[in-house]
Design a protein around this ligand. Structure first.
Ligand code: PA5
Length: 439
C-alpha cells in the first residue's frame, strides 16, 4: 500500500477536495457493483482465481525455458508492456557490460528492419520463443509467430516445437489450435482477463520468472492491495484505488485533459507506458477520458517538465516516489569548495531532493497532484502499485459511465488493415478503402 495518497491542498488550482465529494458519495453504489461483478467472476485481475493453476503450470515451463539463454516474446499491447516494465525494473542487466544472465527480447512491432536485426542476433538452439495473445488472433503477433516458426524450423527442423511456448485463451482462438495440433507447451490466459489487466498472470509472470524475478512476490504485493476490495467490496470508499479514481474523475469534470504519471522510481520508468496503455485503452471512450502522459524523474525535469509547469493548465499529476530507494555512493570530502554542500551525501539524496523540488514546483504552478509514496522498489511493491492502478482505472471507468474492459474503437483500423491485405469478408471496409484511396 502507498504510505499516503492525498489531494494537494497547499496551493491553489481549480480542483478542490469538494469536487470529489459527489464521487466519493457514490462509493456505496460502486461497492455494490464491485460485489456483483466479483461474484460473476468477471474481474479476475482482482480476485486472481488463476493463481493455483499458475503455481502448478508455471514452474515446469520455467524450468525448461531457463535452460536456454534467450527468451523471445512475441506479443503486443497488454501482451507485451507489462513484461517490459518488469524486465526494466528488476532485470535491467542485459544492456550492461559483462552481462551473462538470461536475456529477454520483446518483439511488439512489425518493423522488418528491427525484426531482422533481432533474429540475426539470436541463436535458435539457445532461444525459447513465447507467443502471447489472449485472443490468439492478433495479426501482428501471428505474423511474428509464422516468421519465427520458419526461422526455428530452418535451424531445428521438427525440434521447433520444443522451443515454442504459447500463452493464450484456454480453449478458443487460432493460437490455441496451434498449441493443440503441434503439441506446444502452453499456459492459459484466464477468461475475462483482458490484455492490459493481465500483467500478473502468465502473460507477465512467465517472462518475469525466466529473468529470475520473484513472480510470487509480484502476486503477493497485488493481493495485499486487492484484499480489502475482495473481503469488503462495499467498503471500497476507503480504498486508495477508489480515492484515486474519484480524484481522476473530478479532474476530468473540472476540464483537465491530461494526466501525468511522473515516476520518481526511475527503475520503474517502463511502468509509464504500461500505465498509459491501461488508462488510455480503458477510458478513452464516448468523447471522454484524460490523456495519460508518462514521465520519469529526474530525466524529464530536463525535458517535458517545462510544459508541465508552464504550459496549458490542463494537467493533473500522479507523482510516484518510494521510500525504499537505495542511497548509493557517497560524495567524497575532497569535492571542490563550490560543491562542498554535497560532501558526505549519498547519490540517493539528490534523487530525493529533486523529487521534492519538482513535486513542490508542480503544486506551486497549479498542477493538481496526488502523491503516492510506495514502501519499496522490489517486486512486492511493484505488484501492489500495478494492482492499485488497475483497480483505479476500473473504478474511474465506472464513475465515467464507460466500460473500462473493452476497446471497441481500435477495431476499425485493424479491420481496414485486414481488408487492405486481402483478408476475406470486410466488404464495407473494402468500399471505405476504395473511397479513401481515391481522394
Ligand atoms: O489491452 C488489451 O486488451 C489490448 O491491448 C491487447 O492486449 C492487445 O490488443 C493484444 O491482444 P491479444 O493479447 O489478444 O493479442
Amino acid at each position: 500500500m502507498p504510505h499516503y495518497l492525498e489531494w494537494s491542498r497547499a496551493y491553489s488550482h481549480r480542483l478542490n477536495a469538494a469536487d470529489g465529494a459527489p464521487l466519493q458519495a457514490r462509493a456505496a453504489e460502486m461497492g455494490a457493483r464491485l460485489e456483483r461483478e466479483l461474484a460473476q467472476g468477471i474481474l479476475p485481475f482482482l480476485s486472481m482465481p488463476y493463481r493455483a493453476t499458475l503455481e502448478k503450470d508455471l514452474p515446469p515451463i520455467l524450468e525448461k525455458v531457463r535452460t536456454r539463454k534467450h527468451m523471445l516474446v512475441l506479443g503486443i499491447g497488454g501482451s507485451a508492456l507489462g513484461a517490459r516494465a518488469i524486465q526494466r525494473a528488476f532485470a535491467p542487466g542485459q544492456d550492461r557490460p559483462g552481462h551473462d544472465g538470461p536475456c529477454l527480447w520483446i518483439a511488439d512491432n512489425v518493423c522488418a528492419e528491427e525484426f531482422e536485426a533481432l533474429l540475426a542476433g539470436l541463436d535458435a538452439a539457445d532461444t525459447s520463443v513465447v507467443c502471447i495473445s489472449k485472443s490468439g488472433g492478433t495479426i501482428e503477433t501471428l505474423a511474428q509467430y509464422f516468421l519465427v516458426r520458419q526461422w526455428l524450423q530452418a535451424d531445428l527442423g521438427e525440434g521447433w516445437r520444443e522451443h515454442m511456448v504459447v500463452v493464450t485463451d484456454a480453449v478458443s482462438g487460432y493460437l490455441r489450435q496451434e498449441a493443440t495440433s503441434h503439441g506446444l507447451a502452453s499456459l492459459e490466459v484466464p477468461d475475462h482477463l483482458g490484455g492490459r489487466y493481465s500483467v500478473l498472470s502468465a502473460v507477465g509472470l512467465l517472462p518475469a520468472g525466466f529473468l529470475g524475478v520473484d513472480w510470487r512476490a509480484l502476486l503477493d504485493g497485488a493481493a495485499e492491495v486487492a484484499r480489502p476490495l475482495l473481503e469488503a467490496p462495499r467498503s471500497l470508499g476507503s480504498h486508495p484505488s477508489y480515492a484515486l479514481a474519484c480524484w481522476a474523475r473530478a479532474l476530468e469534470l473540472q476540464e483537465y485533459s491530461e494526466l501525468i504519471l511522473f515516476c520518481y522510481v526511475p527503475q520503474w520508468a517502463a511502468l509509464g507506458p504500461w500505465f498509459a496503455q491501461l488508462w488510455a485503452e480503458s477510458l478513452g471512450k464516448d468523447g471522454l477520458g484524460i490523456l495519460p502522459v508518462a514521465a520519469t524523474g529526474v530525466t524529464d525535469q530536463h525535458s517535458v517538465n517545462q510544459m508541465f509547469l508552464s504550459g496549458p493548465r490542463n494537467k493533473g499529476c500522479i507523482f510516484l516516489t518510494s521510500r525504499g530507494q537505495a542511497e548509493g555512493r557517497v560524495f567524497g570530502q575532497d569535492l571542490p569548495q563550490e560543491w562542498a554542500w554535497l560532501r558526505g551525501k549519498p547519490l540517493g539524496s539528490l534523487l530525493e531532493a529533486e523529487a521534492l523540488g519538482t513535486r513542490m514546483a508542480l503544486c506551486m504552478n497549479e498542477v493538481p497532484l496526488v502523491h503516492m509514496d510506495m514502501d519499496g522498489t522490489g517486486p512486492n511493491a511493484a505488484g501492489a502499485f500495478m494492482l492499485l492502478l488497475e483497480a483505479a482505472t476500473l473504478f474511474t471507468g465506472w464513475l465515467m459511465g464507460v466500460n473500462p474492459l473493452d476497446q471497441p474503437a481500435v477495431e476499425l483500423g485493424k479491420r481496414l488493415a485486414n481488408a487492405r491485405l486481402g483478408a476475406p469478408g470486410y466488404v464495407t471496409e473494402h468500399a471505405d478503402l476504395d473511397n479513401f484511396m481515391a481522394v
